[in-house]
Design a protein around this ligand. Sequence first.
Ligand code: ZN
Ligand code: ZN
Length: 252
Amino acid sequence: MVRAEDLVVETFFVGPLQMRCSVVCDTSTGDTVVIDAGDEPDRLIAWNDEGGGTGPNWSSAPGPVRAGDRTVVALLNTHAHFDHSGHIPTVRKHWGVEWWLHPDDTFLQSLAQQSAARWGLPPLPEPAEADHDLAHGETVHVGSLAFEVLHTPGHTLGGVCLLLRVEDAADHLFVGDTLFAGSVGRTDLPNTGGDFQLLANSIHTHLWPLDGDTVVHPGHGPLTTIGHERETNPFVGVGAGEHGAYGRGKYA
Ligand SMILES: [Zn+2]
Ligand SMILES: [Zn+2]
């Protein structure tokens, strides 16, 4: 388990939808995992390889991790909407690493180019195919880092949350668009399998039992915690009742 003093988590809000790409580094080994490397590949590469470019929007480190001290060892995805996965082929080729995705999002992934076109966005590369399947209840060991996989369908069929347990500090949970600060992911997007009751059930079953101080890194918007959302989220929090305040969230 990674020690709190060795862990650096950095957020890059990338692309027109300002999607959160999380870069997780164990500074005791330099092993680095990039979660949802969906856009701005040049920016991610410049920072991870040389400490160059504009860098992250937010970092848990007191100062930058020194250039050359980190090695990207894997790419993981919370789900396959194009804003989260569209540029995986670019970074996977550059770093020569493998990519993990839940197989229930394979079809969605195959539509990345059409989805971006529908939003009127620049063309994407030919969609990647995952090298490894993420499976509920399994722990993915990548370099010196380990992530527990929680399958949380509802925003997409293959949506997962990735739990990074930390020694002597709060754990971190990378949730994609399953949960946001004060909201939840949209369930009305085409070809996705979105379903609000399924999403609420996933959150109630797999997220609410986690420690309240677990830091939640959503796919869009600010950080939050499990405890705060469990108490106050108007869609799925304890006060929202079985059906929540609304039937859908607001982000893609
Ligand atoms: Zn998104
Ligand atoms: Zn999404």
